[in-house]
Design a protein. Sequence first.
Length: 54
Amino acid sequence: MNQSDLWFLVMILIGLSTLTIIIWQFVRSRRRGPGDDNRGGNWWEGPWDDDRKG
């Protein structure tokens, strides 16, 4: 096993872990459901969104 084989294995592991994290986040956001008031929030929604509601 030479250096290019190790590099290939590292890239495969990084790709698989990234794909797993993306799928996990998608499943978690879908499981929350439409009945929630979104208090958990998403990563792009900050506390500044509450200021415009009032």
